[in-house]
Design a protein around this ligand. Structure first.
Ligand code: GLN
Ligand code: ZN
Length: 768
């Protein structure tokens, strides 16, 4: 029974790679120095995994930006627009090209846009989307795979297991850049390059190669299944002597079981954390040539493994296949786990208390080794198990986690609690009577530029270098200035600016009971960007008001309506490490009740408009369509519970940062927010047509300009967009706002853009 790992975090436990690459981009670190940092991280990772006693250790799981981009480099899929970079600049290196594809390139008269970035399945990691053309050619381009395998072999000997994204997932994750073909038609051209790469690895001494095929766990068409057959038949035939390990993760195989089990490969990896039930279906069907890799340690979350539960799975597999046909591993790459729990050394933090229940990447390696020891009944097993079960029992019984009164409250939630008192048509009349808004009311999404001053202020206060009083005074001043500034601009519905918030989830996590925070629990989000998700470990309780003081202070400075600003339950859930000891739906409901209390507190403080941001509702959508209705039902209900504890004349807004609603419009409508603001400017209002077709009844604030760029929009273009909107939706349902919060922008462009936006609204009112 071999132990192995699918991939290790590559940012470095102190975010060394982030710091180094940002310096490299700023021109203060040389390429050689950046490579040194990368080499050091790889070596450390390998040594760590070796020390943990794993039999097979991944290499080429490292990346300077993104592993899908690495695959594009390996197979020579460099879109034509990057050619001038190489032809015009003879000094341009592979690294320059690589970062140009990742981040765009504006230099020496060249202006090359980056590859599009999108979410990696249902994680918070983002990859760079491969672009394909009809006459796409592939050829071995980057040699990094081979170099890294060489380096790994030197450190690890035979334990080095090169890994790369499999050919079918690589194609499926990309996009056609012209019409008239499907990217799977490129498979025949792509396979010879994979064949070359694999054989070269074999020549270099590789015994195993790991090919990640996460798409094999998605809903597949017949053509896609057929592509899997074809691809692996080809590789098995042309690369004899190599042991191919195909990995699936993030979902069960379900209806793809047959396809997967027919592949002529050596071993197949299953995610038994996300889909433990698939083992029972798969086992009786496993052909004689195939080994199974059991992903029993959660690569996506931070909880200590339940050895008893994992052993139960391992034992059935071993009983049927024999130990030599079973491999043990984490469920997926540890890329999605923070690096090392040992770095969390504070003894006073809340984390110290819950630490015995946790396991980060490094600890997960130990868990794989422990499970091997247990499964083979090696000496010391009994103590290992007792120790593990004791930790779990302490979590199960902890009064820190379990609050009976919260459980009672969630159990008592009724359908009426998730619904507003009256239908929208009636609510809007009393809201309008109270708010007295003009046609095309103007507003913003919540945050204003977070300047270095503001960041410094928060950082100094957190460190204890600034007293609470001094901090509050400074923030109040910033808030007061921005209220006056919005009045001067002539905006209709104002916001307080969110200067007290570092992050829209962390801010609420810190004020709610049930969350803990790490000091070093960073996870890569994309490129050099890392996030440090809070750990939602216990029943959620709101011991105090969270936003009321800031909102009422801001409201006291103006007669215009001040919009209260909250993060919604689904988004808080989605951007945290959440408990695995109760369904996500239940955790969402607990969060919803806490937000509901805050909404009610704002209403009681006479705040007439409250926005509940839910930018993450869409990314929570399950990977398999069949699971969508269940998810949408509880997600919509959670929002409903958060939003519906108010009178009819309190106006609820929500905000979402994207525009792909087409497949979930009924759910959006079911949220029944009085106003929804969203992104549309980049999609040129196409989305609104879908809302119009759907006869979406409530009010809509289609973002009239893109805040992701410093560009200041013209009045004309915003008027044109709104005229388009007005042509298909009732004018009295339209709001005028940017497409997201402004915290990443600078003040001058923000002021210029909002001035033009107000002018656009004014012009429209004159015509109307
Ligand atoms: N209210 C938040 C802000 O303006 C919304 C951010 C978001 O949608 N991601 O920053
Ligand atoms: Zn947004």
């Amino acid at each position: 029974m071999l132990t192995h790992n699918l991939g290790y975090p590559r940012i470095g436990s102190q975010r060394e790679l982030k710091k180094a690459s940002e310096k490299y981009w700023a021109g203060t670190l040389s390429a050689a120095e950046l490579h040194q940092v990368g080499t050091r991280i790889r070596q450390q990772n390998w040594q760590l995994q070796q020390a943990a006693g794993l039999d097979l250790i991944p290499c080429h799981d490292f990346s300077y930006y993104d592993h899908v981009l690495d695959t594009s480099m390996l197979v020579g899929n460099i879109p034509a627009r990057y050619t001038p970079l190489v032809t015009q600049n003879r000094d341009a290196t592979e690294l320059d090209l690589y970062f140009a594809m990742a981040r765009g390139y504006q230099h020496g008269g060249l202006d090359l846009t980056a590859l599009e970035m999108t979410k990696w399945f249902d994680t918070n990691y983002h990859y760079l989307v491969p672009e394909f053309t009809k006459d796409q050619q592939f050829s071995l381009f980057s040699t990094r795979l081979f170099n890294e395998f060489n380096q790994a072999s030197q450190v690890l000997g035979a334990a080095a297991k090169p890994m790369l994204l499999g050919p079918v997932s690589y194609l499926l994750l990309g996009k056609e850049k012209e019409s008239g073909f499907h990217r799977l038609e490129l498979l025949n051209r792509l396979l010879p390059v994979y064949e070359l790469a694999l054989n070269r690895l074999h020549q270099q001494g590789a015994a195993w190669v790991q090919l990640d095929e996460p798409c094999l766990a998605l809903d597949l068409t017949l053509a896609e299944r057929e592509a899997y057959q074809r691809a692996y038949a080809h590789l098995a035939r042309r690369c004899p002597g190599l042991k191919l390990l195909v990995t699936t993760y993030f979902e069960g195989l379900r209806d793809n079981v047959e396809t997967a089990l027919k592949l002529p490969i050596h071993a197949l990896h299953l995610d038994l954390v996300r889909a433990p039930e698939q083992l029972a279906t798969v086992l009786p069907l496993v052909p004689g040539w195939l080994s199974l890799s059991l992903g029993v340690v959660d690569g996506r979350n931070i909880w200590k493994n339940d050895y008893q539960a994992s052993l139960a799975l391992i034992d059935v597999a071993v009983a049927l296949l024999g130990p030599e046909r079973v491999l043990l591993a984490p469920s997926c790459s540890l890329l999605h786990s923070p690096c090392d729990l040992d770095l969390e050394t504070s003894t006073t933090s809340l984390l110290a208390e819950i630490k015995p229940w946790l396991s980060f990447a490094k600890q997960k390696l130990g868990e794989v080794r422990d499970l091997h020891q247990l499964a083979t009944q090696a000496p010391g097993s009994a103590e290992l198990l007792t120790h593990n079960q004791a930790a779990l029992a302490s979590r199960r019984q902890s009064a820190r986690i379990h609050r009976p009164h919260i459980k009672e409250r969630t159990a008592a939630v009724t359908e009426a609690n998730a619904r507003r008192q009256s239908p929208f048509a009636e609510r809007i009349v009393v809201q309008q009577a109270r708010l007295q808004l003009p046609l095309f009311p103007t507003t913003t999404i919540g945050s204003f530029p977070q300047t270095e001053d503001i960041r410094q202020l928060r950082a100094r206060w957190k460190k204890g270098d600034l007293t609470d009083d001094a901090y509050q005074t400074a923030l109040r001043q910033a808030t007061a200035e921005v209220v006056q500034w919005q009045e001067d601009l002539g905006l209709d519905v104002l916001v307080h600016g969110e200067f007290e918030r570092n992050d829209m989830v962390e801010y609420f996590g810190e004020l709610l009971d049930g969350f803990a925070f790490t000091a070093y629990g960073w996870v890569q989000s994309y490129g050099s960007r890392c996030v440090k998700p809070p750990i939602l470990y216990g029943d959620i309780h709101r011991p105090q008001d969270m936003t009321v003081a800031w909102t009422t202070y801001a409201q006291s400075l103006t007669t215009k309506p001040m919009k209260g600003m909250l993060t919604g339950p689904v988004t808080i859930l989605q951007w945290s490490f959440v408990r695995d000891d109760q369904p996500r739906a239940l955790t969402a409901l607990q969060l919803a009740l806490a937000i509901r209390e805050e909404v009610q507190a704002l209403e009681a403080a006479d705040i007439g408009i409250i926005q509940i941001d839910e930018p993450a509702i869409r990314e929570g959508l399950p990977l398999r369509r069949a699971d969508w209705p269940t998810y949408l039902a509880w997600a919509v209900r959670a929002f409903g519970v958060a939003a519906s504890g108010v009178r009819d004349d309190t106006q609820i807004h929500t905000h979402m940062c994207y525009s792909e609603f087409n497949d979930m419009l009924p759910a959006i409508a079911a949220l029944d927010a009085d106003v929804i603001t969203m992104e549309t400017s980049r999609s040129q209002m196409e989305l609104l047509a879908a809302f119009a077709d759907f006869q979406y009844p409530n009010q809509i604030g289609p973002g009239v300009y893109d805040i992701h760029s410093p560009r200041v929009p013209t009045v004309e273009e915003m008027v044109a967009l709104l005229e388009k909107a007005q042509a298909i939706l009732p004018a009295e349902n339209l709001w005028v706002n940017p497409d997201c919060g402004l915290k990443t922008r600078k003040w001058p462009e923000t002021e210029a853009a909002l001035r033009q936006m107000v002018e656009a609204a004014t012009q429209l009112r004159q015509v109307a």
